[in-house]
Design a protein around this ligand. Structure first.
Ligand code: SF4
Length: 82
């Protein structure tokens, strides 16, 4: 069984390559008007990386992969951290 990774994003986890690629495809398929800027999504993910709710690339508060959640311009953190 793979070890869980606290404060890891999917792209950092060797065992999550397929899931990460799926997330990237979903982001690429978003309408550009629905997609947050690269700078904004990077800023959001920096907040997630420092958050106790992040586990294995997933937010324990909402159950989302944070890389996908952070990519949506209208999405927000369930704890208003971004
Ligand atoms: S979305 Fe919010 S609560 Fe969830 S991991 Fe990111 S900062 Fe933490």
């Amino acid at each position: 069984m793979a070890e869980m990774c606290k404060r890891c994003l999917l792209y950092e986890m060797a065992g999550s390559k397929e899931v990460y690629e799926s997330v990237l495809r979903l982001i690429a398929d978003m309408d550009p008007s629905e997609r947050a800027s690269k700078e904004e999504s990077t800023r959001r993910l920096g907040v997630c990386k420092a958050c106790d709710h992040l586990l294995d690339g997933m937010c324990k508060a909402c159950g989302c992969y944070v890389e996908l959640r952070a990519a949506g311009v209208e999405r927000s953190c369930p704890y208003d951290k971004w």
